[in-house]
Design a protein around this ligand. Structure first.
Ligand SMILES: Nc1ncnc2c1ncn2[C@@H]1O[C@H](COP(=O)(O)OP(=O)(O)OP(=O)(O)O)[C@@H](O)[C@H]1O
Ligand SMILES: [Mg+2]
Length: 319
């Protein structure tokens, strides 16, 4: 049994591991704890092990070794009880297509043991809160992607779970629907809801989450607030330079510039992290041009969580 050392820790894992029958170690000895009221983000590329982690925390996937507890309840030994304490928004749409929007909420409430009148009232109140009341009688397959996702979140909190799990809640949504969901999640957070979410959008992890764990190949590579993770790259500026000629050669040269903390070839450009803002830009342009390179493009930005990911793995977060 995995025990929290502090009662405020509502998710605790210890050596949590999943090895699939084909030998793939999807989650490898995960140790983490999430405090009550926190929005915790698991950020990682496709195949990092995010869904498998959520699967184990929500008692849908049985760990190979190690364990986890939710509000002090072991997710394997007491999975039925653990499931009552949580709300889950899975990565894929699991709305019941044979039911209306309202019925999807109502039957969810009944499933969680609410009396008919309570389930009805909760469903109506939640539809109002999520601006879906006009659609109460619609078929769920008439909903847009953003609305369907809103309904999935509405359903997941209907029974007032202690902890809400969201697996890539905004994947595939247009920017407007994504912002609308961010607002919903922020409001839930303000009301004290503990949220564990996965994402491969660094902006989402950065904007929403109190703490972010960066995951790849089943392991957590770094875990902290987004601000501290970004500070850990020891740079305040990131410059991407692309030239016609040998990128490796350019990367090696640029590494010797004062203030440059790293310089590497990534995705058809040289990516330089440096201290000292943009004072180096004119010198870089000058060097590229006098060094016999043909400049294709140059961009300057602040370090992001993606910079952190690149520093840790040498590759980009996106495919
Ligand atoms: N049932 C399974 N059997 C074998 N391998 C699996 C199974 N489920 C997942 N995997 C593999 O485990 C690894 C982690 O998968 P997982 O779905 O947890 O990643 P993810 O981070 O959620 O990725 P995505 O961003 O694509 O959703 C992947 O390599 C995946 O192919
Ligand atoms: Mg996934």
């Amino acid at each position: 049994m995995v025990k929290a050392t502090d009662p405020n820790q509502v998710i605790v894992t210890s050596g949590l591991t999943k090895v699939f029958p084909n030998g793939l170690r999807a989650v490898d000895a995960l140790d983490l704890s999430v405090s009550s009221g926190e929005i915790f983000g698991l950020l990682g590329p496709n195949g990092a092990g995010k869904t498998t982690t959520v699967g184990m925390l929500t008692s849908r996937v049985i760990p190979t070794s190690g364990g986890a507890s939710i509000a002090g309840v072991d997710v394997v030994a007491h999975s039925t009880l653990a499931k009552q304490l949580i709300g889950v928004v899975p990565q894929t749409n699991t709305l019941d297509r044979s039911l209306t929007v309202f019925e999807n909420l109502y039957y969810h409430g009944r499933y969680y043991g609410m009396r008919s009148s309570d389930a009805r009232a909760a469903a109506e109140e939640t539809l109002r809160r999520f601006k879906l009341i006009d659609r109460a009688d619609a078929d769920v397959n008439q909903l847009s992607g953003g609305m369907a996702q809103r309904l999935m979140i509405a359903r997941s909190i209907l029974h007032k779970p202690q902890i809400l799990f969201l697996d890539e809640p905004t994947a595939g949504l247009d920017p407007q629907s994504r912002l609308a969901l961010w607002e919903i999640l922020s409001t839930l957070h303000e009301s004290g809801q503990t949220i564990f979410m996965t994402t491969h959008y660094m902006e989402e992890a950065d904007q929403l989450c109190d703490r972010v764990a960066i995951m790849d190949h089943g392991k957590i590579l770094a875990l902290d607030t987004a601000a501290r993770l970004k500070r850990s790259v020891e740079a305040d500026t990131e410059i991407r330079v692309s030239v016609e000629e040998d990128l490796e050669a350019l990367a090696v040269h640029l590494k010797t510039f004062d203030g440059v903390s790293s310089s590497q070839v990534l995705d058809g450009a040289v990516l330089i992290a440096l201290r000292g803002r943009t004072a180096l830009v004119p010198r870089i342009v000058d060097f590229v041009e006098t060094g016999g390179f043909t400049l294709n493009d140059l961009s300057v930005s602040e370090p992001t969580l993606e910079t952190v990911f690149i520093k840790l793995t040498g590759k980009e977060l996106r495919d």
